[in-house]
Design a protein around this ligand. Structure first.
Ligand code: GTP
Ligand code: MG
Length: 429
């Protein structure tokens, strides 16, 4: 079982429906008013973490995921239907990237996130009626939904992390309590990458991680530990394994604690069980004396256990204690309820605030200009270029928004080429 699983997937939010151009037809009324309804918005792409999912394997075959388009507006001011959101279930612990930028880290059951936003529906012609425009014969087109290439990465979140100095018996322990089979040997740094094992106890599946031995300086990159501190951070409980035959169990313990605290303060508050291993090598009295001294010196409140992965002593107690602590934590931290509040929109480039009217004009060659800005791009994309009234309206809006002035300032002329949202627009003085 691996810690990391990766896939790429493309998502497409739904397109907005076009607005409708229509005029009322009523008996005895010669020329009815405009009654073309608005198009519906396209559906969003939403990711939701779920404990019912445990791999990203499904995505290896499903490379494109789409949400529903919004419907066109109708006559009689009928609003087009909204496109259904597409909810994509992924395992808890999934990170979502777009062009190497982390968009979200889904760490809680039912946590939801909109990743691609559906296009806005266009306004129907009824929307454009005004004192000076009694019979608008144009409507807006719906905007396209966002399309994104995503990288999904699953970082398994273990319930329990086995930590400790090299050679204390972490791998031996995980082999005894799960089906994981990491190598065991009588030298430090036998384990080079974390391995995971599922421990079944009283019907509860508990994921245990064997973390490679940490040493003093791990938090600054020494030894192998640095990369793995990250994994430890995500576990619910730490089982700190100490070799009972060590010259100084207290120093061993403090060395590791120090590294954890150096790396992430939040580790301080993570529940911990201290496990003395290899007790088969000493007699009972010695073992108890060492533990008594340990407690006295550290005035530590943590739960302490003694085990031997060799003689199997204490392994059932270990499982029972972990079970009890995990249950306690699960009760204290209920999963997020699947309410609307947990859906938030990330603010990054592709989800630009559509009410922001800023734009940028850039001269990209002699007599060629490129205009960027979400608001102006939306206006252009909503325009039906086969409809002269729609084009007129666009021109008026571009003047109102200050684009024409800005172009003039930058030296644009009648014959200049102007690009805006993949369209070539005529210069308009
Ligand atoms: N006598 C005795 N030896 C043990 C016990 N547990 C582990 N060992 C031995 O201790 C040595 C190290 O065990 P590992 O399980 O590889 O230790 P580790 O903590 O995973 O070590 P690293 O992967 O290097 O960090 C091996 O030779 C094991 O056989 C035990 O309970 N009693
Ligand atoms: Mg090991």
């Amino acid at each position: 079982m691996n810690f990391v699983d990766q896939v790429t997937v493309a998502v497409e939010a739904g397109d907005g429906g076009d607005g409708c151009i229509s005029f009322r037809h009523e008996k005895f009324i010669n020329k009815g008013g405009p009654d073309g309804g608005d198009g519906g918005d396209g559906g969003n792409i939403i990711f939701e973490a779920s404990t019912n999912q445990d791999t990203l394997a499904n995505f290896r075959y499903k490379k494109l995921i789409k949400a529903e388009n919004g419907s066109r507006g109708g006559i009689n001011n009928r609003h087009g239907k909204k496109g259904k959101n597409q909810i994509i279930l992924v395992p808890v612990g999934t990170l979502i990237y777009h062009q190497d930028q982390l968009l979200v880290d889904l760490t809680l059951n039912h946590q939801k996130q909109i990743i691609a936003k559906g296009g806005q529906g266009g306004f129907g012609n009824a929307h454009f009626i005004s004192s000076t425009r009694q019979a608008p014969k144009f409507a807006e087109k719906g905007l396209k939904g966002q399309k994104l290439e995503l990288k999904l990465e699953l970082k398994m979140i273990a319930d329990v992390g086995l930590i400790g100095l090299p050679n204390v018996g972490k791998s031996s322990l995980i082999r005894r309590i799960s089906q994981a089979r990491p190598k065991i040997a009588d030298y430090p740094f036998t384990t080079l990458k974390p391995s995971l094992g599922m421990m079944d106890f009283r019907g509860l599946a508990i994921l245990v991680a064997d973390i490679p031995g940490l040493i003093a300086g791990a938090s600054c990159g020494k030894g192998l530990g640095f990369d793995f501190l990250r994994h430890i951070e995500r576990t619910k409980i730490l089982a700190h394994i100490i070799d009972i035959t060590s010259l100084s169990p207290v120093d061993d313990y403090l060395t590791i604690r120090h590294e954890l605290e150096n790396y992430q303060i939040s580790l301080k508050n993570k529940p911990e069980i201290i496990v003395f291993n290899k007790i088969d090598l000493l007699d009972q009295l010695e073992v108890d004396q060492i533990i008594k001294n340990f407690k006295k010196q550290l005035k530590n409140q943590s739960l302490i256990l003694k085990i031997s992965t060799q003689s199997l002593f204490g392994l059932d107690d270990f499982k029972g204690l972990i079970y009890q602590e995990i249950n306690k934590i699960n009760q204290l931290q209920p999963d997020i309820e699947p309410t609307k509040e947990t859906i938030k929109i990330i603010n990054f480039d592709h989800l630009n605030n559509q009410t922001d009217r800023k734009f940028i004009v850039k001269k990209i060659a002699k007599n060629v200009f490129k205009v960027t800005g979400q608001d102006l791009e939306n206006l252009v994309n909503k325009t039906d270029f086969n409809n002269s009234e729609a084009i007129n309206r666009l021109h008026n809006l571009l003047i109102k928004r200050g684009l024409v002035n800005e172009l003039k300032k930058q030296g644009a002329k009648e014959d200049s080429l102007i690009y805006l949202a993949d369209h070539k627009i005529d210069f308009l003085f």
